[in-house]
Design a protein around this ligand. Structure first.
Ligand code: UDP
Ligand code: MG
Length: 324
């Protein structure tokens, strides 16, 4: 019998857990043709999420519970989940039931047809602030234009992945993670399944504009070096302009002489070039910061408990070099 894992990262989701338990139990009970496993990854919640998740495990042992040592962010929580799922395929979904579990059988049907990566495509986005929706669309257009890897629009993290994809993703252990891009990077046979994104069942969204902006920069800097190229091109254009201007000034001085003036021109040029230099340094800094963080080569996350038991050995992410 094939096994299906459901991976759910959760951070302060105590309000939705009862509903989540009901919906998932109903789904699993109505599909006895598969073995089921739910892996809930608690991403350092500060509310009753761990206690409630553990209770779910005690009530029904198809539910498993991984407790991370602190809040690492959804991207890393998902990675921890990849290390623990055991299914022949894995469905990733949000805890807040914005991703309706009822779509999962449709995904499984596509997987059975031979697709490796069955992703949910939102046909509605549910309730979302207007500004966020606009910015998000603009961002994806920008990302699409600057990366060579196609990043799919209106596609979130709700998807089914074959074991082979999970194994591929497990090999990408970078600290700065932009999983949405990783799914595209690994390739494999993909197909979409449309779904209506529901409104959040209960609780609060964990994102604010600042967090989203950080995530957006993450997306761009981890997928493309185009900003560095832009800095080079801008530098080239400005210095060519400056050279031409120099020639012009020289000739003008020789022909008609020079009356000392041009303070505004001087100021504008200095400020403009100063700004450009700082911007370029900032862009380079973003990349150097990433190099710095990745070269430390630290384990990406630590696990505190698994199914209520203390976890001593950190599975799957030991540093290979330290073994000797
Ligand atoms: N989440 C997480 N760690 C975080 C923030 C969020 O594991 O630091 C989880 C959260 O519990 C939920 C999913 O990521 O299951 C999506 O979060 P949310 O619904 O707040 O995002 P939105 O749907 O508003 O984009
Ligand atoms: Mg949500």
């Amino acid at each position: 019998m094939k096994k299906v894992s459901i991976l759910i990262p959760m951070y302060n989701e105590q309000e939705v857990l009862p509903a989540l338990f009901e919906r998932l139990s109903a789904l699993m009970d109505s599909n006895p043709a598969y073995l089921w496993e739910v892996v809930m990854v608690n991403d350092g919640s500060t509310d009753a999420t761990p206690a409630k998740a553990l209770e779910m495990h005690r009530r029904d042992n198809r539910f498993h519970f991984i407790d991370l040592s602190r809040n690492y962010g959804k991207e890393i929580a998902m990675m921890a989940g990849f290390d623990f799922v055991t299914g022949d395929c894995t469905v990733i979904m949000d805890a807040d039931l914005q991703h309706p579990p009822e779509v999962i059988p449709k995904m499984i049907a596509q997987w059975e047809k031979g697709y490796d990566d069955v992703y949910g495509r939102r046909i509605t986005r549910g309730k979302e602030p207007w500004l966020r929706k606009r910015l998000s669309l603009l961002y994806y257009t920008l990302l699409q234009k600057t990366t060579k890897i196609p990043i799919l629009e209106n596609v979130g993290d709700f998807r089914l992945l074959d074991r082979s994809c999970i194994e591929a993703l497990k090999q990408m252990r970078e600290t700065h993670r932009y999983t949405k891009g990783l799914f595209c990077y690994i390739g494999f046979k993909k197909i979409d399944v449309p779904f209506e994104q529901a409104d959040r069942e209960a609780g609060q969204t964990k994102w604010n504009l600042l967090k989203l902006l950080g995530f957006a920069i993450e997306g761009i800097t981890s997928y493309t070096t185009v900003p560095l190229r832009i800095a080079t091109v801008a530098g080239f254009i400005v210095s060519t302009g400056a050279l031409l201007y120099l020639v012009y000034i020289l000739i003008k001085t020789l022909v008609v002489g020079e009356h000392v003036a041009g303070f505004p021109t001087l100021m504008v040029t200095i400020l403009f070039l100063g700004g450009l230099t700082l911007l370029t340094l900032g862009i380079m800094g973003e990349y150097i910061g990433r190099i710095f963080n990745e070269t430390k080569n630290r384990p990406v996350y630590f696990v505190r408990e698994v199914d209520g038991q203390r976890h001593r050995q950190n599975k799957g992410h030991e540093n290979k070099e330290t073994a000797s």
